[in-house]
Design a protein around this ligand. Structure first.
Ligand code: GTQ
Ligand code: FE2
Length: 356
């Protein structure tokens, strides 16, 4: 017996009563925009850093304001750098303070142009900001940035703002004073996570990595050792190491995102793979290109590019010099939700996925 009657009228009546019919919306659930590959070039970013340095006076803005510019994804439907992360370029001038606050967002700094005397203060310890350093600001930790040097300091921020916005939980709180007291000696946090640790050390103090500084000279030296000694080699990412949580010795770096240091050797072309996670790649050194889906992204030192979810990609370094990447991935979110997948030419993804 076939059904009869006015479906459109029923649909309308349902909506008037705060009900939505599945039979009218099911097609739209997959109708999202696709993120396109994109490169942000350092040459114009550097110019805008200078302009912002000249125009923006932090003291004329409210306490939590930063001289930070977000790398916004031009793809429709992406509100931020990716669906999960916001990346910013931030600068602090000599004698300037970016005032104390805290938030439930996870944040990290990767220093692009370090200065003697520039520090980020996290939960009572001042961490020096030298070029190439990675410094963690776990959720809930008070932090301010201060520059006692003679030159500006410039770094990249990575925060999980797209995610906390989607979950409607972003929360910021200014500290009662401009600076949070920095009463801990330099090296306090790193020392606590060294090879020898207190007998009663409990990790519950932090629900993520602690405040921590991965000094560039150590990170880079380890990457070079990994290459020379033949460990850390990967099929798709050159020589690739993860910045681990010092409390557990394992990744991810932060609860919702993780960081890697990569080396694409002179003349190397990596294998091609794809995954549901998004990668934001900052080129620390070298030049080359990355094939992402149908596009070829050309990059050089200082540039930042994005590898969208679900697109096949391979890195190429056709030059005689190494290329170094500081890479950020939101893979931990998918891992924790049991949603992660990766596909390689040899191992096709077995579970169904929505990308063709
Ligand atoms: O430096 O504390 O780019 O709280 C965005 C939010 C930087 C910071 C950002 C922040 C900060
Ligand atoms: Fe902050």
């Amino acid at each position: 017996m076939s059904k009869q009657g006015d479906i459109a009228a029923l649909n309308e009546e349902l909506r008037e009563n705060d009900l939505v019919p599945n039979w009218d919306i099911i097609d739209r659930l997959e109708d999202r925009g696709e993120m396109a590959p994109h490169v942000w070039k350092w040459d114009y970013i550097a110019e805008y850093v200078e302009k912002a340095n000249q125009l923006i006076d932090l003291d004329e803005h409210q306490q939590g304001t930063r001289r930070a510019m977000y790398l916004i994804n031009p793809s429709e439907g992406v509100d931020g750098t990716s669906h999960t992360l916001w990346t910013a370029i931030q600068s602090v001038l000599p004698n300037e303070v970016a005032k104390a606050h805290r938030h439930n967002l996870s944040a990290i700094r990767f220093v692009l142009d370090g200065t003697e005397g520039a520090v980020t203060s996290v939960n009572g310890e001042e961490f020096p900001m030298r070029t190439g350093d990675l410094i963690l600001t776990p959720p809930g930790s008070y932090h301010d940035h201060i520059n006692r040097g003679d030159e500006h300091v410039v770094w990249m921020d990575f925060l999980d703002i797209s995610l906390t916005e989607a979950l409607n939980i972003s929360h910021f709180q200014n500290y009662e004073n401009e600076r949070h007291p920095a009463d801990k000696p330099e090296g306090y946090h790193n020392s606590r996570f060294d090879d020898l640790r207190p007998m009663d050390q409990h990790w519950s103090e932090y629900r993520s990595s602690p405040p921590y500084r991965y000094a560039w000279e150590d990170s880079y030296e380890t990457l070079q050792k990994a290459d020379e000694q033949g460990w850390g080699e990967t099929t798709f990412d050159g020589v690739c190491l993860e910045y681990v949580n010092p409390a557990t010795g394992k990744g991810p770096t932060m609860p919702t995102f993780t960081h890697r240091l990569q080396k694409i050797r002179a003349g190397e072309t990596t294998g091609s793979h794809r995954h549901i996670s998004t990668e934001i790649v900052h080129v620390v050194d070298g030049s080359g290109r990355t094939e992402v889906g149908e596009e070829t992204l050309e990059w050089e030192a200082g540039d930042t590019f994005i590898v969208p979810p679900g697109l096949w990609h391979a890195h190429q370094n056709p030059t005689d010099d190494e290329a170094i990447f500081f890479t950020t991935s939101d893979e931990p979110i998918f891992e924790r939700l049991n949603l992660f997948w990766e596909e390689t030419p040899e191992e096709p993804e077995q579970s169904f996925d929505t990308y063709e």
